[in-house]
Write a protein that binds this ligand. Structure first.
Ligand code: HEC
Ligand code: HEC
Ligand code: HEC
Ligand code: HEC
Ligand code: HEC
Ligand code: HEC
Ligand code: HEC
Ligand code: HEC
Ligand code: HEC
Length: 493
């Protein structure tokens, strides 16, 4: 299908563009239809002024006489949800039928399903002539039919669901052309740790762990709701939403947060894909999402500094490693490793450069790559490292070095533990309590050098991507950790 078959549709552009029609309500004949057949409002006295001109311009007739079922069309929602509608009208969702018209596929039933509201269902889209308000991915494509709500806005039980379930988006973002949902399903973002599923259901930990592990909590907080520990009480695993599409994507508006979207696109990311941050050693800064990019909203440090003994650092500190920062205790603000930003800081999309690499559909044997497994894709390295193979080889070499240095640290820690057994714990004597190390009385006997070494070890082993997130910083951290472990004094009395 050639792009030259694209025909201009001044009418469609002028009148289905809802942002425009908000201002020009009176000028669009479909409003006439809509209002006369479905609503008591008589907002458009001069509705027919331009109708004939427009119709002559492009011979396309639109109307809404077919809107007799449970779908009412996005324009109806705009009467009350004006802001949301105006922003949505600028998104590609609102223009999804135009995309088919541009290539002459707007009558193809195999295509219309995902480019309109409710096609094939009772009361759903049929054609522009009869159900124009259901063209494109309208409000009711995600919220379901709105008639009952519109007829009785007071009744809360009739309000459309506002689910952030990935399956809502997955109904359309699936298949070999746009496999985002299929790929996401295989990612760790589609999971919630089983232990957390239980704790959430029991009514605990929603506020402390849910901010990163529960999509429901994350979005509720974005919407300014207050979230208590019991926010998810009683929810089954099926009802809990992990890191779903609507966690990273704003369902309603363009955001201009993408670093380099393709022509005319936006991706509707909720947070900036790129953010530059000056390294800081404050614990509050290390867990302050506003300093970080989209991925860094959750992939940042949590609570712990080297003086803590009960638990190792949480394995979520990738963005801190990327910027080359380690939080310090207020009691001893001396850096344990110098801050140092990554050589990969200037990658075109930061984290997504390597973790969300996309390729369009070519043919059946080369289906689209959506990048939504979030696994590293070495194709993302070619701009700077030549080929994917070279980059992968370079990464493997770094990994060997990383493993070797990390092993040296472990050996030094074990050696210290063998010489300084606490509580009869053997080589575990250097460990955090949660990792099988001594209880708190025993922890008090571990000197600061060992505490620094073990903290650094966990910090980079869990957040360093085998060194690649910040090669020189991770190297330095493991060198320092080895020094601390090797120069540590005997256990304290
Ligand atoms: C006549 C006014 C009116 C119209 C038309 C209208 N709504 Fe609403 N809607 C409301 C009010 C009032 C609320 C409750 C207050 C709020 O949450 O803003 C609401 C709430 C909602 C909610 C939130 C539900 C919740 O649980 O918080 C959604 C989603 C929604 N409407 C979607 C729609 C959609 C989709 C349409 C079009 C099919 C629509 N509305 C048309 C007035 C309207
Ligand atoms: C009814 C089918 C349908 C549903 C449901 C749907 N989408 Fe889409 N989406 C589309 C189509 C079709 C396009 C392409 C529109 C075009 O360019 O013509 C699209 C485009 C997008 C884009 C690209 C926007 C841009 O500016 O680059 C994003 C991001 C997106 N959808 C996210 C979502 C999310 C998140 C959800 C769920 C909350 C969702 N979609 C639900 C069909 C759907
Ligand atoms: C299963 C749902 C589904 C079906 C069926 C479907 N599409 Fe789409 N289409 C989408 C989604 C989702 C997007 C957005 C893709 C993205 O941004 O990743 C899209 C985007 C598009 C775009 C705009 C983006 C681009 O690639 O230029 C065109 C054009 C398009 N589809 C044409 C078609 C045609 C032609 C058919 C029928 C042969 C069709 N679609 C069938 C879901 C669908
Ligand atoms: C691509 C899917 C999608 C489309 C299209 C969509 N919504 Fe939503 N909407 C959502 C999701 C997901 C949520 C819950 C997440 C959130 O609040 O950001 C939501 C939340 C809402 C809410 C409650 C929270 C708020 O923002 O006040 C309202 C009201 C609403 N939508 C109205 C609309 C209206 C009106 C339209 C059409 C102009 C629309 N939506 C189009 C997916 C969608
Ligand atoms: C700042 C955001 C954030 C908070 C808060 C948070 N986590 Fe996590 N957690 C993550 C991220 C991101 C990962 C994935 C890191 C990885 O696998 O590299 C993760 C991983 C995990 C894992 C898997 C560990 C592994 O080795 O695979 C468990 C279990 C876990 N978290 C439990 C919790 C519990 C329990 C809480 C609350 C006490 C919590 N998390 C709070 C972000 C967070
Ligand atoms: C962890 C965050 C995250 C989640 C979860 C997520 N996305 Fe995305 N998505 C992104 C990022 C980042 C990009 C931009 C990729 C780029 O710059 O090339 C993107 C791009 C897109 C695009 C536009 C590019 C394309 O593929 O055509 C669509 C459509 C999209 N996502 C749909 C979805 C859907 C559907 C889901 C849920 C099944 C989802 N996303 C879940 C982060 C996310
Ligand atoms: C809303 C919070 C949140 C956001 C935003 C987020 N993640 Fe995650 N991510 C998590 C959690 C939580 C896990 C661990 C899930 C589990 O296993 O329970 C995770 C897991 C991962 C994993 C798998 C780690 C492993 O050890 O296998 C990768 C890779 C990842 N995320 C990359 C990204 C990228 C890239 C982005 C940005 C495009 C991103 N994440 C945005 C919360 C988030
Ligand atoms: C924006 C450009 C850019 C991109 C994209 C990029 N890198 Fe790099 N990378 C660099 C620069 C600059 C250096 C430092 C000079 C060097 O060692 O080549 C570097 C260094 C490295 C090193 C060597 C570290 C050391 O000190 O031993 C590895 C390994 C590496 N990159 C892996 C990757 C991988 C894997 C990817 C893709 C997943 C990638 N890079 C993507 C620019 C980039
Ligand atoms: C230069 C490419 C590159 C960039 C940029 C990058 N990563 Fe990675 N990431 C990797 C590689 C390579 C791995 C290791 C994969 C493996 O071990 O097989 C990795 C691993 C991970 C993991 C798995 C757990 C771990 O730490 O080993 C998570 C989670 C992750 N990255 C998140 C992020 C986040 C968040 C960002 C942005 C702050 C980011 N990555 C930036 C290449 C990159």
């Amino acid at each position: 299908m050639s792009r030259s078959s694209v025909h201009l549709k001044p009418f469609a552009v002028l009148c289905t563009c809802a942002a425009f029609s908000l201002v020009m309500m009176g000028g669009c004949p479909f409003f006439d239809d809509l209002f006369n057949s479905n609503s008591n409002t008589n907002a458009n006295a001069n509705a027919n002024d331009n109708a004939d001109d427009n119709a002559n311009d492009n011979e396309k007739v639109t109307g809404n006489t077919g809107l007799t079922g449970s779908y009412v069309g996005s324009e109806r929602c705009s009467l009350c949800h004006n802001n949301t509608h105006a922003k949505w009208a600028e998104t590609l969702h609102s223009k999804a039928l135009e995309s088919l018209e541009e290539i002459g596929q707007d009558k193809n039933p195999n295509c219309i399903t995902c480019h309109t509201v409710g096609y094939g269902q009772s009361g759903g889209f049929v054609d522009r002539e009869t159900t124009n308000a259901l063209a494109g991915v309208g409000c009711e494509a995600c919220h379901g039919p709105g008639k009952d709500h519109v007829n009785n806005i007071e009744d809360e039980s009739l309000r459309p669901p506002k689910s952030i379930a990935a399956s809502v988006c997955g109904a359309c973002h699936t298949g070999e052309h746009q496999p985002n949902y299929d790929d996401w399903l295989t990612s760790r973002h589609a999971e919630i740790q089983p232990s957390l599923v239980e704790e959430f259901a029991e009514g605990t930990n929603a506020s402390s762990c849910g901010v990163c592990h529960s999509g429901d909590v994350f979005v509720a907080k974005l919407n300014g709701e207050t979230v208590g520990a019991d926010y998810l009480e009683g929810k089954t695993e099926e009802e809990l939403n992990p890191i779903t599409c609507a966690v990273c994507h704003d369902p309603h508006q363009k955001t201009e947060n993408a670093a380099a979207p393709e022509d005319g696109r936006d991706y509707q990311l909720r947070f900036a894909q790129i953010k530059y941050t000056t390294p800081s050693t404050s614990l509050a800064d290390a867990q302050d999402g506003t300093r970080f990019n989209l991925c860094g909203q959750c992939h940042h440090a949590r609570n712990r500094v080297w003086t803590d003994s009960s638990r190792e650092p949480h394995p979520s500190d990738q963005v801190n490693v990327f910027f080359g920062e380690i939080p310090l205790p207020d009691s001893d603000p001396t850096p344990i490793v110098a801050s140092r930003a990554s050589v990969h800081l200037n990658t075109a999309e930061q984290c997504s450069t390597c973790h969300v690499v996309r390729k369009p559909f070519e043919q059946d044997i080369a289906p689209a790559v959506s990048g939504h497994t979030f696994e590293v894709n070495f194709d993302g390295c070619v701009d700077c490292h030549g080929t994917a193979e070279i980059a992968e080889a370079k990464f493997n070499a770094l990994k060997v070095e990383f493993d070797f240095r990390a092993e040296l640290v472990l050996e030094a820690l074990d050696e210290w533990a063998t010489n300084n057994d606490i509580d009869g714990k053997g080589t575990n004597s250097w460990e955090f309590t949660s990792e099988g190390g001594p209880a708190s009385s025993g922890q008090a006997k571990i000197p600061n050098e060992i505490k620094k070494a073990r903290y650094l070890y966990y910090y980079v082993v869990q957040g360093g991507g085998n060194g690649v997130h910040n090669p020189d910083f991770v190297r330095e951290a493991l060198v320092r950790a080895l020094e601390y472990a090797e120069t540590a004094p005997a256990r304290l009395p």
